[in-house]
Design a protein around this ligand. Structure first.
Ligand SMILES: [Zn+2]
Length: 64
């Protein structure tokens, strides 16, 4: 079996309760960054958007 490096998330659309499948791009996750760059903490939270195929509702996802 081949391992996919994308993690797929199934989320429920808040507007119509349909299941929305979205794939998150592979990322480093939570990395131990150098303390030499202050202000990076706010950049740890990443976001992506997905659109419900049923009703077109846009969902914003945030992940680490
Ligand atoms: Zn929907």
């Amino acid at each position: 079996m081949s391992r996919s490096n994308r993690s797929v998330m199934n989320i429920g659309c808040p507007a119509c309760n349909a299941t929305v499948n979205t794939s998150l791009p592979p990322g480093p996750g939570i990395v131990d960054t150098d303390a030499t760059s202050p202000g990076d903490e706010t950049n740890r939270l990443r976001g992506t958007e997905a659109r419900c195929r049923n009703c077109g509702h846009e969902l914003e996802l945030y992940y680490y």
